[in-house]
Design a protein around this ligand. Structure first.
Ligand SMILES: *[C@@H]1O[C@H](CO)[C@@H](O)[C@H](O)[C@H]1NC(C)=O
Length: 329
């Protein structure tokens, strides 16, 4: 009898335990379902929020018609290089206009103009003409490079020397990076500055060339021999840059690219963007191959720091590359 009662109680308790266990399993199942449901709901909302579901429609609504860029090419008595360069770039899809900065004493020859017009016309696509203009300068100054151009058709300027060529894919990619950071200088040739600590002269800066950038992976300037920037910087350079800096550039026939880097850094407080790209040099008589180059460039940096009263350049080690060319990420 007693044993029977005990047995019954135990059975009852066991059943209670079993019921509560089943209860907790049910609750867990329910909770799991709720969580999965919430996650699904969130995911679908995020998808539409991020534009994954109807991507092209929402993108087009915001960006409107796409605009290209203007090639701003600096040349000096090297018509063969100019022809090669322009022949190449006219084949790049988003090129809108070409402005040739002409500072030679003689105007461009008829045959050169004819040749270039022919190339441009034969490369113009589906009724959209590529514009070709010579910007003729009376004075021979490196400041001509950044003269304000009133009738520019695009916001983006691709500033380039006549002796280096980039494949269209690299140019397109740099252009797309610039679209993400239209206030920055975006380009292929980085340079660095650092403080000289060698002779207790703490305030002096040294300009670092390609090897320095390679060694440290850091840069603070992008040279205008191959860079995208907004056209507003042309008017800032022409109208707002201190006259003393412009005179220094004209007199020393150097450092207009450093002056531009200072101007953009001072205006934005941000570093430029280095883009990975293939470079082909087609000439080899640039200023940088002459002796005493680093000393002259360092002198420019220090002189400009005096004019600004501070060092505006900002260093970074970010490098933009095409993710399609990277295997692991
Ligand atoms: C640097 O930027 C400041 C603020 O935008 C501006 O007032 C100043 O004129 C700039 N300096 C130079 C030398 O351009």
């Amino acid at each position: 009898m007693r044993g029977n009662l005990l047995g019954r109680r135990t059975a009852q308790r066991l059943r209670q335990v079993a019921i509560s266990a089943v209860g907790s399993v049910k609750i867990r199942l329910l909770l799991s379902c709720c969580m999965i449901f919430t996650l699904l709901a969130l995911a679908s909302r995020t998808a539409s929020f991020m534009g994954w579901t109807d991507r092209t429609a929402s993108l087009n609504r915001f960006t409107g018609p796409r605009k290209g860029y203007t090639l701003l090419i600096n040349t000096w008595k090297r018509n063969d290089l100019l022809k090669r360069s322009i022949s190449h770039y006219t084949s790049c899809p988003k090129l809108d206009s070409i402005h040739i900065i002409w500072s030679e004493p003689d105007p461009p020859s008829e045959s050169l103009i004819e040749f270039l017009n022919h190339i441009v016309q034969s490369n113009s696509r589906n009724g959209q003409d590529i514009e070709l203009k010579f910007d003729i300068n009376k004075e021979d100054s490196l400041n001509n490079r950044f003269k304000e151009i009133k009738d520019l058709r695009t916001d983006a300027v691709f500033s380039i020397d006549d002796d280096i060529v980039f494949p269209c894919s690299s140019v397109e990619f740099a252009f797309s990076v610039w679209l993400s950071a239209p206030d920055a200088m975006v380009g292929f040739v980085p340079r660095i500055h650092w403080i000289d600590k060698s002779n207790g002269d703490a305030g002096r800066y040294i300009y670092g060339g390609w090897w320095s950038v390679w060694w440290t992976g850091t840069y603070s300037m992008i040279l205008s021999k191959a860079a995208f920037f907004h056209k507003k910087y042309l008017s800032l350079y022409t109208n707002d840059l201190p006259a003393s800096i412009r005179e220094y550039v004209t007199k020393n026939r150097n450092c207009e690219d450093i002056a531009m880097s200072f101007l953009v850094a001072n205006a934005t407080g941000s570093p430029p963007v280095w883009v990975k790209g293939k470079i082909f040099e087609i000439g080899s008589t640039g200023i940088s191959s002459l002796g005493g180059h680093i000393e002259k460039r360092s002198a420019c940096v220090n002189r400009f720091v005096e004019h600004y009263g501070r060092m505006p350049l900002v260093s970074t080690s970010m490098k933009a590359m095409d993710s399609r060319s990277i295997w692991f990420w």
